[in-house]
Structure formats: structure tokens, C-alpha cells
Design a protein around this ligand. Structure first.
Ligand SMILES: [Fe+2]
Length: 273
């Protein structure tokens, strides 16, 4: 199928952060930036998230995103733990500082997603408009590949325009990038970069925590005075509607995945989000 063309992202990763590559493509992977010991701690956090998702299965399996794409991970103590691990790495610390983030209070938001086995791929979308873009920072707790639902991204510099039709033309001409990651790799991606969650073909849920930061210097300096991290891990529905509309949406998306996405794309051809 012509839309299956995938690109290699070898030139868009490295052990040093590159703002130029992030700007050019809309995403960049910082590789291997934690110590072996800390990668083990990240793996323990993965286990915690998976165990908790199993305990809460009855409730969370009702949420939109359990089958379709993924569920969101809410802010909790794991973010504090990951922040502490990140600040032990000079490369990560300097990268955050280059965006005027020195303290955890200067982080815009904390979250993540968890992709369950046999999930349905999402339609390509943006997390925000170009005008309101911010930076997302995903921390890989395990090896992530097409097997367990890596993110699929469309390179910015190939895009000519900001609407769905431009994204479709770019995807048709140049394909998309599957972002494979090793444990301890960090994905930097703009919220405005076109992307989607793909199917998890493995037998385990695939969680990935996330931090976001403001690109506007004034905003990032606005320190939140009360910053509380929940003691309990919890999950919530994703971008698709909840309730009865969510159920219809998920049913259609699961039953007619590709035609359903095509309908979504055509209904938004001249929209940018
Ligand atoms: Fe998204």
C-alpha cells in the first residue's frame, strides 16, 4: 500500500542534543543518556506502570484509548523520580537548561501514554496548532519498536503548508518515520509535529512518560507555586471523545480502521488540526 512507505531516522538522533535537527524535522532522539544503573531504575518504573494498569484494568478498559491508540498517564510520583534521574545526567540537564528549565517547577506539564496490546493505530494528528506549539519530551523505559507501538512521525521540513491535505501529500511523497527507541533514549517532539500512535503487537502494555515545556521564555519562567505529585498512578482517556460518542467512535475506528481514518482526513482536508 502506497501509504506504508517508512523512512530511516538515522540522521535525526545522537548522543548530543541538536536544536537544528529538532527545528528541521520537528523531532529529535537523544540517545543513551542515562547510566546503566538509572536505566534499571527506569525499567522498575515501567514495571510499576504496567502492574498498576493491570490492577485498574476493570475501570480503565472502559476509557476511550484502551483499544484505540493509548491512554494518558496522569501526573504522579514517577515524574518526580524520572526528573531526579534526568538531572543526574549532564547532557539532559544542559538540554533542559537550553530551554530555560532549571527546576521541576518550570515544567509545563507531566503525563505520558500507555499503549495496550492489540491497540488500534490512531489517525495522524497534531497535539496543538503551530502557533501554540510547545515541546514534548518522552522518556523511553524499554526498547520501543514497531512491535510494541512506536510513534510514527512526519518530518516538518518536507511539509509545504499546514493543513491535513499538506500532511497527506507529504506522507504520500516522502512517507513517515517510525521512532524506534532504546531504554533511556529521549524523544523531543514539537506538539505541532504530525504524528500518531501505532499498534502494540506485543503481549505487554507499553508505557512512556512525558514532560512538556513552554517555548515562550516568559511562560517558562512563571513558576507554579504548588506542585503536587499524586502518590497513586492513574490513567485517563485520550483525545477521542468519552461517553457514548466515544464508544461509537472507537467501534467505528476498530471495525473500519483505514476507511475510518480516510473519512476523518477528508472531513478535515483544509483544516490544520
Ligand atoms: Fe498525539
Amino acid at each position: 500500500m502506497f501509504f506504508q512507505k517508512k523512512l530511516s531516522i538515522k540522521g535525526n538522533r545522537g548522543k548530543k542534543f541538536s536544536i537544528n535537527l529538532l527545528e528541521k524535522n520537528g523531532f529529535f532522539i537523544l540517545e543513551n543518556c542515562f547510566s546503566i544503573e538509572d536505566v534499571k531504575k527506569l525499567s522498575d518504573i515501567r514495571k510499576l506502570l504496567i502492574d498498576e494498569s493491570k490492577k485498574q484494568k476493570k475501570i480503565i478498559s472502559q476509557l476511550t484509548g484502551y483499544e484505540l491508540g493509548n491512554l494518558n498517564i496522569e501526573k504522579s510520583f514517577i515524574h518526580e523520580q524520572i526528573w531526579d534521574l534526568m538531572m543526574k545526567s549532564q547532557i539532559i540537564k544542559k538540554t533542559f537548561q537550553s530551554f530555560n528549565v532549571n527546576k521541576i517547577h518550570e515544567i509545563r506539564s507531566f503525563g505520558g501514554n500507555i499503549n495496550f496490546p492489540n491497540s488500534i493505530p490512531q489517525a495522524f494528528h497534531r497535539d496543538s496548532s503551530l502557533e501554540k506549539k510547545y515541546l514534548l519530551i518522552f522518556i523511553s523505559l524499554e526498547k520501543i519498536s514497531s512491535r510494541n507501538g512506536s510513534q510514527e512521525v512526519i518530518s516538518e521540513y518536507k511539509l509545504n503548508g499546514k493543513n491535513f491535505i499538506d500532511m497527506l501529500i507529504t506522507r504520500f511523497n516522502y512517507g513517515s518515520n517510525l521512532v524506534d527507541m532504546n531504554p533511556g533514549d529521549i524523544l523531543f517532539r514539537y506538539s505541532s509535529t504530525w504524528h500518531r500512535g501505532t499498534r502494540n503487537n506485543s503481549e505487554y502494555p507499553r508505557p512512556i512518560p512525558l514532560f512538556s515545556i513552554d517555548l515562550n521564555k516568559e511562560k517558562s519562567k512563571k513558576i507554579q507555586k504548588t506542585i503536587k505529585f499524586k502518590k497513586k498512578i492513574s490513567f485517563k482517556g485520550n483525545y477521542a471523545p468519552q461517553g457514548i460518542f466515544g464508544k461509537i467512535y472507537v467501534f467505528l475506528a476498530c471495525k473500519f480502521n483505514r476507511p475510518f481514518h480516510i473519512i476523518i482526513y477528508f472531513s478535515k482536508l483544509f483544516k490544520s488540526q
